[in-house]
Every structure is written in structure tokens, then in C-alpha cells.
Design a protein around this ligand. Structure first.
Ligand code: ADP
Ligand code: MG
Length: 292
């Protein structure tokens, strides 16, 4: 099942150059791919790769939906190699409806719809979550850079909710995935910094590789007390993906909550996270499975 070459596949964009360098230093083979080509002419996008011979490639790059990733997955498979993470494993970590029940009680209560019916989302959220404040996103992503398209305030009526939804639909455009997700808003602990006119929250990203946390750092590049990843190690067993990230945040009232999960390949690594820790684990694993 495992190929012979240790390989990592990267999107050809600047933020990944450093990771690619580290991966090469650790003996991994690196290839860059143009994502536009992958999505629009997947057959041609990979022609510069070495001939397929059962390599396992790890994708690191921009956010892809499961459908988009599937195109890459198939194109790699057709060459006789394969991607370590399957499209279904990507969906398991990246799509909130796939993991919300597994993590119930450890993450804010959530409801979701299929499709973009705003009235349906409103009714469901009021019934299950109670009145706002809420956080809004689609199955994969929020409009976080636009807080007014992400946050539903306490006094929001249907018209106000609909404006937030329209904002999300505008922001996501044809990348809107699945349907609406509405989540109960919880007060996260803040740090003494501001970004985009809002206080920076005490949020941290933990990288899981093969079921265990291998690296973590504050999500934002500010001073923050590190979290203890071992408290979230159980999530590695619960989620059916070899490579995902877990975002956790301290709560204003004490304790912590899981904010969300993401596919590992599509997750940015926080500035303060040392990529060596991740790539060492990747390289060790592939070596352990007899790759050359
Ligand atoms: N239920 C919630 N209560 C309070 N803040 C939240 C909640 N969900 C998300 N946030 C805040 O909004 C940000 C964006 O939400 P997130 O689910 O991470 O969306 P994205 O898919 O855009 O990363 C988070 O980083 C967190 O700071
Ligand atoms: Mg997030």
C-alpha cells in the first residue's frame, strides 16, 4: 500500500517555500503544482512531476473543497502515485457537519442546513440554539475577515440575520460549500492586542499527524501562554484523518473550547509554529513504512 518514495506535494506559492525547504532538508521529495492548473486542467498540472511509481504525496497548499481536492487526488492516482489524505478524510476534518457531533460538548453548539435557504437556517438556529448571538459560516469556511458577515449580534431579527447571510454568500461566491452553519457564540478570552479593530483572541492551532499532536502554537503571532496539547490528544483518535489541525481557544470565563477542525494540507501554519516538528513526524512515518 505504501510507495517507495518519500514525497511532499506543494502549492507553488510563497508561504510554502520555507516548508518546502525544510521538507527537502529532511529528505522528502518536493514538487510544486499550480493550483489553477490542478482545478482547470488537472491532467496537465502534474506533467512535470517525476514518473509515478507508487509515491505517497502529501498536499500542502491553499484551501480546497473536497470536490476540488478530489480532482487533484484522481490526477495523482492516474499517474500511479497517491495522496496520503483521501478526499473523504479531508472532508472528515474540514467540514463542520462531519465532526460537530463527534466533538459535541467540547465545541460550541451548531446547526447546519444543506443549501442557501436563509429562512430555514434562521428557524433551525432559533429552535435549537436559542436566540443570537451566533457565528455564521458555510460547511467549510467563514467570512472571518468581514466580521459583519460572520457575527450575528444579540439583538438580530430575521432581517439582520439575512444581511449577515447575504454577506457570507457574497464573500464565498461560487466557493460557498454545502450550506449554512450557525453556531452559538461563546465569549473567548482575549489577549492585549488588536487586529482588524477587534481584540485578538487566545486561540491556538494544534497539528495532528497520524492521530497524535505533533506541533502547536498560538494562532496569532502575539505573546500567548502555550496550551497543553495533550489535553486534546483524544481528538486524534476520534477523527478519521491522518492529517488535520485543531483550533482551540481559552474561554473568557475559564476553561477552553474547540473552535474548529481543518484539513492539515489546507491549514496555514501559525507564524510561531516550527514546521520542522511537523515534517520530522512526516518523514519518520514514511521511513517507518519502508519508503526510500
Ligand atoms: N462559536 C464561536 N464563538 C465565538 N467566537 C467564535 C466562534 N466560532 C468562531 N469564532 C471566532 O471566529 C473565528 C473564525 O471562525 P472559524 O470557525 O475559525 O472560521 P474559519 O473557517 O473562517 O477559520 C475564530 O477564529 C474565532 O476567533
Ligand atoms: Mg478558523
Amino acid at each position: 500500500m505504501f510507495g517507495r518514495a518519500r514525497s511532499a506535494l506543494f502549492a507553488s506559492d510563497d508561504p510554502y517555500d520555507r516548508e518546502a525547504h525544510i521538507a527537502r532538508c529532511l529528505g522528502l521529495q518536493v514538487a510544486q503544482v499550480d493550483l489553477d492548473d490542478v482545478l482547470h486542467q488537472p491532467d496537465e498540472a502534474l506533467t512535470h512531476l517525476p514518473r509515478g511509481r507508487g509515491r505517497r504525496w502529501l498536499y500542502r497548499g491553499w484551501l480546497l473543497s473536497a470536490d476540488e481536492y478530489e480532482q487533484l487526488y484522481e490526477a495523482v492516482s492516474e499517474r500511479g502515485d497517491h495522496l496520503v489524505v483521501t478526499p473523504d478524510e479531508l472532508a472528515e476534518a474540514a467540514y463542520l457537519p462531519r465532526w460537530a457531533e463527534t466533538l459535541e460538548g467540547h465545541t460550541p453548539a451548531s446547526v447546519w442546513t444543506e443549501g442557501d435557504d436563509i429562512a430555514e437556517a434562521w428557524e433551525l438556529a432559533r429552535e435549537v440554539l436559542g436566540p443570537p448571538p451566533w457565528i455564521l459560516k458555510d460547511h467549510l469556511k467563514s467570512a472571518r475577515p468581514l466580521w459583519h458577515a460572520c457575527f450575528v449580534p444579540e439583538d438580530a431579527d430575521f432581517a439582520a440575520f439575512a444581511r449577515v447571510c447575504e454577506g457570507l454568500l457574497d464573500f464565498r461566491g461560487d466557493r460557498f460549500v454545502g450550506g449554512f452553519v450557525v453556531r452559538r457564540f461563546v465569549q473567548l478570552a482575549t489577549l492585549p492586542f488588536t487586529a482588524e479593530n477587534r481584540p485578538v483572541v487566545d486561540e491556538h492551532r494544534i497539528v495532528f499527524w497520524n492521530g497524535r499532536p505533533v506541533a502547536h502554537a498560538p494562532y496569532y503571532d502575539v505573546a500567548a501562554q502555550p496550551i497543553d496539547p495533550s489535553r486534546f490528544a483524544w481528538v486524534g483518535e476520534a477523527i478519521e484523518s491522518p492529517f488535520f489541525t485543531l483550533d482551540v481557544a481559552r474561554l473568557a470565563g475559564g476553561g477552553s473550547t474547540i473552535v474548529e477542525l481543518n484539513d492539515g494540507g489546507c491549514s496555514g501554519l501559525p507564524e510561531q509554529l516550527d514546521p520542522w516538528l511537523l515534517y520530522e513526524a512526516v518523514a519518520e512515518d514514511l521511513t517507518a513504512h519502508g519508503d526510500d
